[in-house]
Design a protein around this ligand. Structure first.
Ligand code: SF4
Length: 397
């Protein structure tokens, strides 16, 4: 069964093109390439089963060293409890690659992370995503077709050969492969500055995918470019909504993508918390909007946020702008500091939260029975070029 594309009967303003919306069929064999995900197949245990924790423990114990469970920082506590290692997406993929003796890698995160783990692990290792519906809305904002079309637009403007693609780790394997094929590199929120420095040594311009905010924040706040050096490429408009002159004048061509979690924070949240907690330190992730990052006191990756709180003075106050599961865990780990969530409303990553204890139990018990469920596999050609881009990142100075 294939995804159906619907682009008709839409009432859109002039000049705006419809997004090729994938009408995903639910169930097995639906569009596994989409980060949007699909309904999880299989018979899940009931969430109200009081034995879920005991069942997860028993299954993990039976599997022993054969299974290695990775838990992203934004996962639920009930899942993190069973993780052999926690971290951001890149750290976890590297941890998986460093455990070649484990034939099963259970990735408690989202689809693009499991793809990266599959790319970096050996062919003998099987990477499993407990719920195929755990995708990433940001990664979905740049499809392979849209990015190839953008590259054609840059070629027609005569700038493709001086433009270096830099793609955030939070992108599909297809986008990573595009990046590798076209001389670019991957970056994380920790090394985005080094990646951009490298890219500007290779060419005159950067096409930054898919998170406009990380690209803009790094270019302006760390490289010293101006906001006018950046243009926003909108894949839903002809030529990205840009003129040839705008494309030729730009140094940073930012893809119009964002994180639906970090995009929620706004300047009023920063003002409100400063008023409520005098002396509070505002610490945000670089996926937040430029005006929020500018209004904050500190900006950095998930690992930076954790390390900053570890090193903070007892009694200090912190308002953190990132995913709520992580903020709650950081707050619980530092009872001697006041740690609050930056936003006024709840802000979980809904797709990350799809991985819960029933899915983990189902995955582990299936493995005990000898059945591998929800395996994530990147095809050989995509893997080859995605790895080129990932290896360039690993070689960054
Ligand atoms: S927090 Fe944002 S970038 Fe991370 S998985 Fe969720 S939607 Fe994607």
């Amino acid at each position: 069964m294939r995804a159906v594309t619907a682009t008709h009967d839409l009432d859109l303003p002039p000049g705006v093109r419809p997004t090729p919306l994938a009408l995903l069929m639910l169930g097995r064999a639906a569009d596994a390439r989409s980060e949007r995900g699909v309904e999880c197949p299989g018979d899940l245990p009931s969430p109200s089963d009081p034995n879920l924790v005991a069942r997860a423990r028993a299954a993990k114990e039976k599997l022993g060293d054969k299974v290695f469970i990775l838990g992203h920082h934004y996962q639920r506590d009930e899942v993190i409890e069973f993780a052999d290692v926690t971290g951001d997406s890149f750290k976890l993929a590297r941890e998986a690659a460093a455990r070649p003796d484990a034939p099963y890698i259970v990735f408690c995160g989202v689809h693009f992370m499991a793809e990266s783990a599959d790319i970096l692990t050996s062919d003998d290792q099987q990477v499993i995503l407990p719920d195929l519906a755990a995708g990433c809305s940001m990664a979905d904002m740049a499809t392979s077709e849209q990015v190839e079309e953008c590259w054609d637009v840059l070629a027609e403007a005569g700038i493709a050969d001086v433009t270096v693609p830099v793609s955030y780790m939070n992108s599909s394997a297809d986008i990573k492969a595009f990046t590798g094929r076209n001389g670019g590199t991957i970056c994380t929120s920790s090394n985005a500055r080094r990646a951009l420095d490298w890219a500007f040594e290779q060419g005159e311009k950067v096409l930054f995918l898919p998170d406009q905010h990380l690209g803009r924040n790094t270019a302006v706040l760390e490289l010293g470019l101006s906001l006018d050096d950046c243009v926003l490429y909108n894949p839903h408009k002809p030529n990205g909504g840009l003129t040839v002159e705008q494309l030729r004048a730009a140094k940073m061509i930012l893809w119009r993508g964002h994180c639906s979690v970090h995009g929620r924070f706004d300047v009023s949240s920063v003002e409100e918390v400063r008023e409520r907690i005098p002396g509070v330190n505002v610490l945000v992730h670089p996926e937040c909007r430029h005006e929020v990052v500018t209004a904050a006191d500190h900006v950095g990756s998930t690992e930076y946020i954790i390390n900053t709180l570890d090193a903070a003075e007892p009694g200090s106050a912190w308002a953190i702008g990132t995913e709520l599961n992580l903020v709650r865990r950081v707050a619980a780990a530092h009872p001697d500091k006041q740690v609050v969530f930056l936003d006024k409303t709840v802000c979980f990553c809904s797709t990350m939260n799809r991985i819960d204890l029933p899915h983990l139990v189902w995955t582990l018990e299936s493995l005990v029975e000898g059945t591998v469920v929800n395996r994530i596999r990147v095809d050989a050609e995509t893997e080859k070029f995605a790895k080129v881009a990932l290896d360039r990142m690993l070689a960054l100075p």
